[in-house]
Each structure stands twice: as C-alpha cells, then as structure tokens.
Design a protein around this ligand. Sequence first.
Ligand code: BYC
Ligand code: FE
Ligand code: FE
Length: 483
Amino acid sequence: MSDVLDATQQAIDYSQRIPNNVNLAGDRALQRALEQWQPGFLKWWNETGPVDTSTLQVYLRTAISVDRDGWANFGYVRMPEYRWGIFLTPRDENRKINFGDHAGEPAWQEVPGEFRSTLRRILVTQGDTEPASVEQQKLLGKTCPSLYDLRNLFQVNVEEGRHLWAMVYLLHRYFGRDGREEAEALLQRRSGDVNNPRILTAFNEKTGNWLAYYMFAFFTDRDGKFQLAALAESGFDPLARTCRFMLTEEAHHLFIGESGVARVLQRTCEVMRDRQISDPAQVRAQGVIDLETLQRFVNFHYSVTLDLYGAEISSNAANFYTAGLKGRYEETKLGDDHRLSGDTYIVQEIENGRIVGKPVPALTALNARLRDDYIKEIQAALDRWNRIPEKLGIPFRVKLPHPGFHRKIGNFAGQDISPDGQVLSKEAWDAQVDRWLPSESDHAFVGSLMGKVIEPGKFANWIAPPARGINSLPIEFDYVRFG
Ligand code: BYC
Ligand code: FE
Ligand code: FE
C-alpha cells in the first residue's frame, strides 16, 4: 500500500465489496482475506445479531468519509445490507511516538517484531468486546419503548459490528496467519457461553431490558471510549488512526446511554411530583421505575465496568506504556516527561480493614489512572442527571458507589465493600446487598414494564420522549419501517 495514497485518500470507496479508505483494491491478498472473512461475519450477524430484523428498514447513518461532515449521510437501510467497512482517520506523516521508551521516534507503520504478540492480544481483547455487545443486545428490539429508541439501538449494533471490522482489518493486515486465526475466533466466541465465552467478564453479563441497555451504553460504552482513547495514542500508527475514527462513532453511543437514563429519571420524577409520592412501591404502582431501583442499576453497571480497567496495579499496563503501545487518556496534552520513570500515583487499597490511599510507581498504576479519568467524566454526567430531580423538586440524587464496591478484579476483589466505602463482614454484606444491587425481583419488575411500542411518536409509559429527533427530524418520524 503506498503511503501517498494512504495519506491523501479520505473519501470512502463504496464501489467495493468492502467500503474502505485504505486502498484495499491495491492490496489484493488482504482484500481476498477480508472477503473470505466477510461471509462468516454476515453469518454471525444473522445468527447472533438483533433478532427478526432482516426485513426492517432502519433510518441509519452511514459514514461516507472520515471528515466531520462524513457523518451527514442518513437513509433507510436493511441491516444485513449495511455497508460495514474499514475507515481510518488520515495519516499524519510527521506523527511521532509520544510516550514510553521510544518517545520521539517516528510512529510505527508496521508492527515491531518484539511487540507483536502483545499488540495482537490488545487488538483481540478490544475486538472481542464489539460483537459481544451486539450479542448481549440481540433481544432488546422485541421490547422497544419507541421507534426512536429502536433505531438508536440498531445504529449502535451496526457500529459495534463495524468496530469488529476495524480490529479484524488490523489483524489481517499486520499479523498474517495468526491474525486471520484470531479474526476467525472473534466470530466463534459468544457472550455468556459456558464453553467459549467472550474475554472480559462484563461482556458475558445479560443486557436483559432497556434500563440495563441505557446503563450499559452510558457506563460500558464509555469504558470503550477511554480504552480507545488510550489506544488512539499508540505508537503503532494504524491502530491510533483506527481508534480515532471509532471514537467518532462512540460519541453517539454515549449520548444514547446518558439521554436514555435521563429520560427514565425525568419520567419517574414527573410522576412523583404530579402524584406527590415517594415510596418506591407507590412509584412502581404507577408503572414507572422507582429511583431506588435506578440507583441499584447504576451500582451494578458502574462496578462491573470498573472491572474492565483491569487491576489497579498492573505490570501489563506498565509494559504497554513503556513499549509505546497504549498511552494515557489525552497523553499528548499532559505536561510531564511521558516516561513516568520516577513518578508516583495514589492507588486505594485495604489496610487493617480500612481503605487507604498509597503512593505507588505511576507506571504500574496506569489502569487505575485511566479508570480515575473515567470516573471524573462519569461523575460530571451524574451531576447533569441530578439536575432533573432538582428541577422537579424531588430530593433524591443519583450517587456513584465507592470504587471498591462489588469488584471482582484488582485490589478490592473478594472483599465486601459497602457503597459508602466501609469494609464489611460477609454477613453484613449479605444482609444488605438487595438494597444495593438489582435483585431478581427488581429485574422482574423492570422486565414487566417492557412492552413493544412501535407507533410513531409514542413512548412507553416508563420513559419520557427525547428532547429532539434524529438528524433534525421530528420525534414522531417513522425511524423504522416494517415489512
Ligand atoms: N475480565 O494486568 P491486569 C468497548 C485479566 S470496552 C477478565 O490487571 P491488564 C466496548 C488480564 O487479561 C473497551 N479478565 O490487566 C464497550 C490479565 O490476564 P493475564 C475494551 C481480566 O492487561 C461497549 C490478568 O487479568 N477494550 O470497547 O492491565 C460496547 C491481569 O490483569 C479482566 C480494552 O479493554 C476482566 N475484566 O488490563 C462495545 C482495551 N481484567 O495477563 C465495546 C484492550 C483483567 O494474567 N485491553 N483481566 O493472562 C486492555 O488494554 C487490557 O487487556 C485490559 C486489562 C485493560 C482490559
Ligand atoms: Fe465499539
Ligand atoms: Fe460503543
């Protein structure tokens, strides 16, 4: 592939079977490999993607170029005909490696031999989450709260499918035969499968209802944002460019999550105000989700997502950084030596039954640091959510539990920590856990509210309409057409 073409070619070539802006036609071997993988991808989509949707026409956006206005392309699409493709942001010929042992050297255009297996593993881990999320969400279309929401779900699903393509391109293009084997395995693992599960735990959980879905898009897609942002700093330039484009898609997923939960909050608070009620049982009797249940969903999705950052102290993370493969969030905006040799970072751990902060070498604490950056962004969004009850005169506020709460990975794994950060006995935890995490009866209740609302402009009782429609269209637009 010629660098000149690579640098200048920004428009996406839709005349090809696999739309791309990487001049696939100029690399026949790669094109053949990807074209061989494509039927397997479609089979995977048809078997494990959104159920009963092959004939629906969905008002979707498709990227036609990688600049900002490339997203202005909306139209009805039958999802199996969606143009999944390979889109990288344009190459900057002068880009350098910006951190680690190789800082200052030109960014790599090929994979350095010594980092091959490490990098492949990062790509596989990233790639694995994308189809996993589609599998987790496959049944949600059956109980959509509106056509608007149904369309948004499908938009996310096709884009997560494209994120899989993004990683498969890198595996095929840069890793030869073992890359092709990994790409195949990405189509074989299944979310929640006992024998062949997805790699990271959160992607084997169920996304059983729309409240869980909005929470997932808010909390877990945002882990996607932060991990992609760290990989967008990579010294391996094709990965950095791939992730930069993926981040433009991610913004919409986060919007769907944040506004989805906000609309649930809005609806519940309106009902509480109008009826002058606050008791959860009375709130539920009105067919809306009580705020205590919403808080328990927050606790669950937040804690499960924190596990996705890996252990607070991680030699893997230190190695990724030193090697120049995975940076920090907004690495190039940070004003230090970008090597972190003598720096420390405060990490929380348990000492004598209490949680204390301890300085550790910053290099080993990069997972904790990325997670802390994530928490800051999450907290800012919660503050926005909390303006809703505030405006409606409801005293309830949504809170983040302590980062040690309900953790399975890292310093707090195996400990019982309350949402306010107390180290508990097993008995004390068991006695209170149903107040903190969604119980079976919470799931049953939320599940009982899920219907299927597909009349244009109508919304399920438990959720407020959005402030505006998609692409400046009215809320009552028929975003999905049946038959
Ligand atoms: N589950 O050194 P440690 C997204 C393993 S989401 C199971 O702490 P490390 C999306 C770990 O593999 C973003 N196992 O971990 C969102 C290691 O195994 P080994 C996804 C886990 O490597 C919504 C051992 O425990 N992208 O895109 O520093 C919808 C020690 O771990 C888990 C990425 O994650 C876990 N949660 O960090 C769609 C980016 N955590 O070496 C999409 C790529 C750790 O002992 N991945 N382990 O055999 C990475 O950068 C790293 O793999 C991780 C883990 C940050 C995930
Ligand atoms: Fe994704
Ligand atoms: Fe996403």
